[in-house]
Design a protein around this ligand. Structure first.
Ligand code: SER
Length: 320
């Protein structure tokens, strides 16, 4: 990877991944691609930024040509809960955007990664220790775009030799940019509410176990996979990766260790609950460990300390 385009650079993952890529590959070699919201602060000042809407093939191709891009991180997506409200838009962004990236990659010889998700499972998937290769019949539009994305990415690799690779992300927990409209967002919101108000109303019920990951591990996963020796990859799109699995009771208890007065109640949102019920409780990520050395560094205990510290600082600085 020498010249990298991040599509979706102002999103939850993009805003942190772009800066890490700049640290590793040089500021001027990583383009922050955005659609409606221009990057600000360090993201804008530390390197190039260009309008690159995934659904606009010409825009993406122009940026790829201008910067001689060889690797595209295509992070544009409509998350699961919003995708149920806007299914056509979820398809257009998820699959329209992906097809543009794949075609441009074929023409200009780029590698492409488009994250898949725990949302790619459902409809008969074994939910405990979910295997790498198993039934995938998701019933959300988000999940349908993710399974389709895995298949299309594998197809472009087999048929045209485009270097496509990806991970199936679990819920990503972070403190720089908020996620937007996912089922796993509660595991971010709970930390903010704990610091701001000392209480949280959870949209998922007790006992709803889901895979989760702290942002530094999510960033390592994306970069390490793109750097992996292709000769060792038996899979391509997409690898199960996980770092921890918990339900609302467990994360609340962990927060209570640091904020003893913290309380949580439940107001279950049926759409989110149904989505969560169809997703793995915990994935088997042994293929990622064996094929490219996946090895997460953050667990719930360490992450909670770090999240609360970061959010308390934001509060002290009047940012939240
Ligand atoms: N975080 C995503 C969502 O909840 C899952 O990949 O939609």
């Amino acid at each position: 990877m020498k010249n990298i385009l991040v599509i979706g650079a102002v999103g939850q993952i993009g805003s942190e991944l772009t800066l890490e890529l700049r640290k590793r590959y040089g500021n001027s070699n990583v383009v922050a691609g955005y659609r409606a919201t221009k990057p600000t602060g360090e993201l804008l000042e530390s390197g190039p930024a260009e309008v690159a809407d995934a659904t606009n093939a010409q825009q993406v191709a122009d940026v790829v040509k201008k910067y001689k891009i060889d690797t595209i991180y295509n992070l544009a997506a409509i998350l699961s809960a919003v995708g149920e409200a806007k299914p056509l838009m979820a398809w257009q962004v998820g699959i329209g955007g992906l097809m543009n990236c794949l075609e441009i990659a074929r023409e200009f010889g780029c590698a492409v990664t488009t994250p898949s998700s725990i949302g790619a499972f459902g409809g008969g998937t074994p939910l405990d220790n979910t295997p790498q290769d198993t039934i995938q019949r998701p019933q959300t539009m988000y999940g349908i775009t993710k399974v389709t994305g895995e298949l299309l990415s594998d197809y472009y690799f087999r048929k045209f030799g485009v270097d496509t690779r990806s991970v199936r992300y679990p819920g990503i927990i972070s403190n720089v940019t908020l996620p937007g409209g996912g089922t796993t967002d509660y595991a971010v919101e709970i930390y903010y509410e704990a610091v701001k108000t000392g209480k949280y109303t959870c949209p998922l019920g007790a006992g709803t176990f889901l895979d989760m990951m702290y942002m530094p591990d999510a960033i390592d996963a994306a970069i390490d996979l793109m750097e992996a020796d292709p000769a060792k990859l038996k899979h391509r799109n997409a690898f199960n990766v996980s770092a921890m699995s918990f339900d609302p009771e467990i994360i609340a208890a962990e927060i209570k260790k640091h904020i003893p007065g913290f309380t949580m109640d439940y107001q279950v949102e049926p759409i989110k609950q149904a989505i969560a019920n169809s997703w793995p409780n915990n994935m088997d990520d042994s293929c990622a460990r064996a094929e490219w050395g996946w090895n997460p560094k953050w667990n719930l205990e360490k992450m909670t300390v770090d999240m609360l510290k970061a959010i308390r600082e934001k509060k002290a600085n009047g940012l939240i």
